[in-house]
Design a protein around this ligand. Structure first.
Ligand SMILES: [Zn+2]
Ligand SMILES: [Zn+2]
Length: 282
């Protein structure tokens, strides 16, 4: 069985526990074939971040260099035991889609892939970190959960069609369900999901099956089974990610996730090297 974890964090982002090497060692212990080190790209390059506890959201700019060199060092050190990929989880923030570029540019040749994520919505004129429980009060700024879901999928669509924001994999596709807050009108939101999936297909992007939802109130992977079925119909490629914020979480629930995607029909997983996609058999 192939176990590749394309989404992991470490203590550099200030809200995860353990060094990068701790995650690598745990991955080896759990018989993973590959670990993608994909920590949160720095927020300091963004404007308006004083509205959010950004220092707890991502690594600092000064840590970019040590981060990259550590991953490259570990890649060599463990090359006979496990494959290690270098990545970033990059946040898409409306109106600031270029802010990270001057800092990211330097590492373009080394990066294996980029996770594109939406954790922040701007629909009500200020930064709303909807997946941080400290922002649960701000849900009241919206008239309904429908409105939040629509704002979210519109933002994801803008990320996908942006000619400036370059990424390979969409992380935790239906993240607004994290606290099990469901849209009032599932049918309406399904239309927004369908439109988003069509764009993903057009742009030939990959979607992550993220198992961290099983550790959250929603108690299921991202995206939902229904959405994965639609992805399969559209022949949209997938990878697995645990979104580990503790070494023990690498490869979390991968047996269940693989069972699920196989049952839906998937026979292959995507694989990235220096931002080129290949496929491997499940
Ligand atoms: Zn995180
Ligand atoms: Zn994320």
């Amino acid at each position: 069985m192939i176990f590749q974890d394309w989404h992991t964090h470490n203590s550099l982002c200030s809200h995860a526990i353990g060094s990068i090497e701790d995650y690598v060692k745990k991955s080896i212990e759990k018989n993973l074939n590959l670990i993608g080190v994909s920590d949160h790209f720095p927020y300091e390059c963004l404007k308006g971040i004083e509205e959010i506890p950004y220092e707890e959201y991502a690594m600092k700019l000064e840590n970019l260099e040590p981060y990259v060199s550590t991953v490259e060092y570990l890649r060599e050190k463990y090359q006979d035991i496990i494959e290690i990929k270098l990545a970033f989880e990059l946040d898409y923030i409306e109106q600031q889609v270029n802010a990270h570029k001057p800092y990211l540019k330097k590492y373009f040749k080394q990066i294996d892939y980029i996770l594109g994520s939406v954790h922040i919505l701007l629909g009500k004129g200020k930064m709303f970190a909807f997946d941080d429980n400290r922002f649960l009060n701000d849900y009241r700024l919206y008239d309904s959960m429908n409105e939040i879901y629509i704002d979210y999928y519109n933002t994801i669509q803008n990320m996908i069609i942006s000619t400036e924001f370059s990424f390979d994999i969409i992380s935790h596709f239906d993240l607004p369900k994290k606290y099990n807050k469901r849209p009032e009108d599932e049918g309406l939101i399904a239309e927004h999901v369908d439109r988003t999936l069509d764009l993903i297909k057009t742009k030939d992007l990959t979607v992550e099956i993220n198992t961290s939802g099983w550790r959250k109130e929603v108690k299921e992977q991202y995206p939902s089974k229904d959405i994965i079925k639609k992805m399969y119909e559209l022949d949209i490629p997938i990878v697995l990610g645990s979104d580990a914020h503790h070494p023990n979480e690498v490869g979390f629930n991968f047996n269940e996730a693989i069972k699920l995607v196989k049952k839906i029909g998937y026979t292959q997983l995507a694989y990235f090297e220096k931002r080129k996609r290949k496929f491997i058999d499940l």
